[in-house]
Ligand binder design. Structure first.
Ligand code: ATP
Length: 445
């Protein structure tokens, strides 16, 4: 399948089946924004739940935070975002269209042609990507605030609060999932580069001497997470960022890149940030952010930062899962989601919609499963073949059909159902009592 085709197919399936819609679509859309529909929300929540489990709950050295999106502008002055969080911008002198100077390529020019012939670009200037707003009723320089461009800031400014209230021992980390906003010059490639997106970030505080070992540990957690959400392993590449491209304070940065349908691009980042952030916030706020350890001079811990985008994860998961094959002589499209991320884990069908005894039994099985696994669905629309196609297309790993044998037409099969496997289409007879343990085991991370 041509890569462009794949992208078009993913975008169209996402809209058709209620995963992701263009933001403000009925008003013509708002560039760089995307709205998640019912299945998209479920997929995204599953991804975030797995992340929280692997990066926070399953460990004893991690603590959650949820900082405000609006922060004092001083936070972003100290972090360097006010002066330096910018991308190079060029404007066409004739049609006034704007481009990111380092992203101009043939595709970009073809997608955004000049309305007066050929683009004629002016000089490159720096464009700050933070969204500015005013807090309170006064709209002047004193009321300026920014929508956070990353969640990290909220964790650095709460470092002292957490140390003073929870007294964690080094090494320990803070974790946060939340929205971030960047006024990207050219949002593109579906949810890959948008202006409002979600991040899952960790700031892990270490003694300076142990950073290399902890960096390696987090690298491995990221690799395990990639596998757990079902991102194609052979599509992920680790790029050691060279000294010239690294921030001056970082001794090591790895970009995890993924073969997206539009090319190999950054999925996640892992950076060793030294004491750059705590030191900058200590200087700017005048607060002592040093950590006190017995028998040691107070010192500023160093930081390892695994930074993951939720939306890029969603896209990599969709691209990894999208499959076309032939089953029973028919071509079909299905999403080969890992059961743990699948929005719907199982769908329960009565073989026939107009047989009350089948419907009642199917409802009973549905209720039994739904109590333990909320992401279960009941479907009696159309014939069973059509229901299979629908569930395959949204990536439901299991479908369960209740037929006359379930009711005892064949006494040997009383209280058994047909369980169908999404990927192979294989069907087997399973006792109703076996369903829950089987499903639970398949969705466990
Ligand atoms: P890029 O170079 O692609 O702009 P970045 O290096 O600026 O990305 P970071 O600042 O490291 O990105 O942000 C951490 C993570 O947040 C990224 O790895 C990515 O998953 C996600 N992310 C960053 N910008 C966007 C965006 N505009 N839309 C969606 N996700 C984003």
């Amino acid at each position: 399948m041509a890569e462009n085709d794949l992208m078009e197919k993913i975008v169209s399936l996402s809209k058709r089946r209620g995963f992701i819609f263009q933001g403000s679509e009925i008003y013509g859309g708002l560039a760089g924004t995307w709205d998640y529909g019912p299945l998209g929300v479920a997929l995204k929540n599953n991804i975030k739940k797995i992340w929280w489990h692997m990066f926070v709950d399953s460990r004893d050295d991690m603590y959650g935070t949820d900082a405000a999106i609006l922060m004092s502008p001083k936070v972003w002055e100290a972090s360097g975002h006010v002066s330096g969080f910018s991308d190079p911008l060029v404007e066409c002198k004739k049609c006034k269209k704007r481009f990111r100077a380092d992203h101009i390529d043939d595709i970009n020019l073809k997608e955004t042609p000049c309305t007066s012939g050929k683009h004629e670009f002016g000089p490159v200037r720096q464009f700050n990507m933070m969204f500015k707003t005013h807090v309170g009723a006064t709209e002047d320089e004193t009321s300026i605030s920014y929508l956070r461009p990353e969640t990290a800031g909220g964790m650095f400014v709460n470092f002292k609060n957490v140390v003073d209230s929870i007294h964690p021992k080094l090494p320990f980390g803070l974790a946060q999932i939340g929205k971030a906003f960047r006024n990207e010059i050219a949002p593109r490639d579906f949810v890959f580069r948008s202006r409002e997106f979600e991040q899952m970030e960790v700031e892990y505080f270490v003694r300076p001497s142990e950073w290399e070992q902890k960096f390696e540990e987090w690298r491995n957690v990221m690799i395990s997470f990639i596998a757990a959400v079902g991102i194609r392993k052979d599509g992920v590449h680790e790029l050691e960022v060279g000294e010239a491209d690294r921030a001056h304070y970082s001794k090591r940065t790895i970009d995890f890149e993924f073969d997206f349908p539009f090319g190999k691009k950054e999925l996640y980042g892992l950076a060793y940030r030294g004491d750059f952030d705590l030191s900058a916030h200590q200087d700017a706020s005048g607060q002592n952010l040093k950590y006190v350890e017995e028998g040691q001079e107070p010192f500023l811990p160093h930081v390892i930062e695994p930074s993951l985008g939720v939306d890029r994860t969603v896209l990599a998961v969709l691209a990894s899962a999208y499959t076309e094959d032939e089953l029973g002589g028919e071509t079909r499209v299905y999403l080969k989601f890992a059961p743990a991320v699948a929005p719907i884990k199982a769908a329960v069908f009565p073989l026939l919609k107009n047989k009350p005894e089948l419907v009642a039994k199917a409802r009973e099985v549905y209720a039994l499963l739904k109590k333990e696994i909320p992401q279960v669905m009941f479907d009696d629309n159309g014939n069973v073949g059509k229901r299979y196609r629908r569930q395959d297309e949204i990536g439901t790993p299991w479908t369960i059909t209740i037929d006359f044998d379930t009711l005892g037409e064949n006494p040997d099969l009383l209280n058994t159902v047909t369980l169908r496997d999404r990927d192979t289409g294989e069907q087997k007879r399973v006792a109703i009592s076996e369903l829950l343990p089987l499903l639970m085991a398949s969705i466990r991370v």
